[in-house]
Design a protein around this ligand. Structure first.
Ligand code: 5AD
Ligand code: SF4
Length: 461
């Protein structure tokens, strides 16, 4: 009988990708994904360390899960408990000490060793608690099996990991290690397999995805623009995206790809963090606000309809009222479609945590509120500007109501329509009739000609 595997994932899309791959690695050992932790044979918490309370969240989840583990043991069973991801990397020993019922702790770069870790922890060679937070010299990607679990219509594909930029607020260089780019052939093969399994849209992932510079198919080193062109050659792959990018790595080739590659979607998440040159310097972002403005101008020249998003941090140490105003000004200048914004939270071990000029919490709150109200009004205006337009929507999910399908516009907006469920996995032109804070609604106009491996048919709404 199959063993039950429950994985809970926090944080970025890279963690979501890693969780899928962990399930792939554990499949040959008989583990099958389960939606609930009760009665699971293995529970993995795939954690995120990016902002505060990350460790607290993990401990409270562990506390809840311990009950299930005890129940299972009382009934003569066994539940392996593992903490993975960035909190595991940063706080591995502390977790082992404070939660003696945890069997395995492993970081983002070592999960390809899961079979060995499970063997140790489950007693095959004598029960042993396992901590594995190394940064191995060999890439985990060379040791991952082919995908067993389908990701569906829209899939993630990690092409790059780690970061060498050392922004002073960020834990990533410490939890994910230094920059690593997978070779193009490995990426293209994985993309082809995903498409074969039904994927129509791939989001290439990396902490610094546009810093990707891997071995190309021609033996030369390629950049992301070149890779995007190659990905676009894959038959059946309709949409390509990538995230998350750094302004300094938006090179000419990548900007040109936004002009030339139709499958590259006109939406870019390009975090700037702050609009003040003083704060950008303190953050070690290595660029000024005007450099970012110029990149955006060039992107808009290449692809006039490109929609933009960003991350912002308010209340970084040393941020003055004038700095905050500079951020507000930058937001007004750029006019975003959608953004994330956060209060600065000092992360242990990062240079920012030791900086003077700490901004009081009430000031951070007020600045965040001001920023978010501006960002929300831009998002609303962007969504409303779509009403009356006809947009191609890739349907990837059923909606909550019967007969409702959910999909994504090219600009990453969620679109819900009344439609035949057979449209799931396909692109249809939708006339947008309504805009909400976080989504659009509309009605189907026309639908693509659908070619499957065995038949060519036209699906009607
Ligand atoms: N405090 C607040 N926000 C942070 N981010 C990263 N580190 C911190 C921190 N210490 C935000 C950045 C980043 C996003 C993923 O999380 O905006 O782009
Ligand atoms: Fe969180 Fe960063 Fe780790 Fe992703 S890489 S899980 S955002 S700490």
């Amino acid at each position: 009988m199959g063993k039950k595997l429950f994985i809970k994932t926090w944080g970025c899309q890279m963690n979501v990708y890693d969780s899928t791959r962990m399930a792939d690695i554990l499949a040959p050992l008989g583990y099958e994904p389960s939606e609930t932790p009760e009665d699971a044979d293995m529970v993995i918490l795939n954690t995120c360390h990016i902002r505060e309370k990350a460790t607290d969240k993990v401990f409270s989840e562990l506390g809840r899960l311990k009950k299930h583990k005890t129940e299972k043991e009382d009934n003569g069973g066994r539940m392996l408990m593992a903490v993975a991801g960035c909190v595991a990397q940063a706080e591995g020993d502390f977790i082992m000490e404070r939660a003696p019922y945890v069997d395995m702790v492993f970081g983002p770069q070592t999960y390809h060793n899961l079979p060995e870790m499970v063997a140790k922890a489950s007693g095959a060679f004598g029960t042993e608690r396992v901590v594995n937070t190394d940064f191995p010299t060999e890439s985990k990607f060379d040791h991952l099996p082919e995908e067993t679990h389908k990701q569906g219509v829209s899939a993630f594909l990690s092409i790059q990991e780690g970061c060498d930029k050392f922004c002073t607020f960020c834990v990533v260089p410490y939890t994910r290690g230094s920059e690593f780019s997978r070779p193009a052939d490995q990426i293209i093969e994985e993309a082809r397999r995903l498409v074969k399994s039904g994927t129509r849209e791939i989001t290439m992932l990396g902490q610094n995805v546009n810093a990707w510079h891997g071995d190309g198919l021609d033996g030369k080193t390629w950049g992301l623009g070149r890779l995007a062109r190659e990905m676009a050659e894959i038959d059946g792959l309709e949409r390509i995206r990538y995230t998350t990018s750094h302004p300094r790595d938006m090179d000419d080739e990548l900007i040109a790809a936004h002009r030339d590659v139709e499958k590259l979607m006109p939406f870019l998440h390009l975090p700037v963090q702050s609009g003040s040159d003083n704060v950008l310097k303190l953050m070690n972002r290595k660029h000024k606000a005007d450099f970012y403005r110029e990149i955006i101008d060039r992107l808009r020249e290449a692809r006039p309809d490109i929609a933009l998003s960003s991350d912002f941090i308010v209340g970084f140490p040393g941020e003055t009222e004038a700095d905050h105003e500079a951020t507000m000004k930058l937001v007004e200048d750029i006019d975003y479609a959608f953004c994330y914004s956060f209060k600065y939270s000092p992360r242990p071990g990062t240079p920012g945590a030791k900086m003077g000029g700490v901004v009081p919490e009430n000031v951070k709150d007020r600045r965040l509120q001001e920023l978010q109200s501006l960002l929300n009004s831009q998002q609303k205006a962007f969504n409303e500007s779509c009403v009356g337009k006809t947009l191609p929507v890739l349907f990837d999910r059923e909606g909550q109501k019967d007969g409702q399908l959910l999909g994504k516009s090219p600009y990453m907006q969620s679109v819900h329509v009344e439609a035949n469920e057979r449209l799931k996995g396909h692109i249809a032109d939708v006339e947008i009739t309504g805009a909400f804070a976080n989504s659009l609604t509309g009605s189907i106009v026309t639908c693509e000609e659908i070619t499957t491996q065995t038949s060519s048919k036209r699906v009607v709404a």
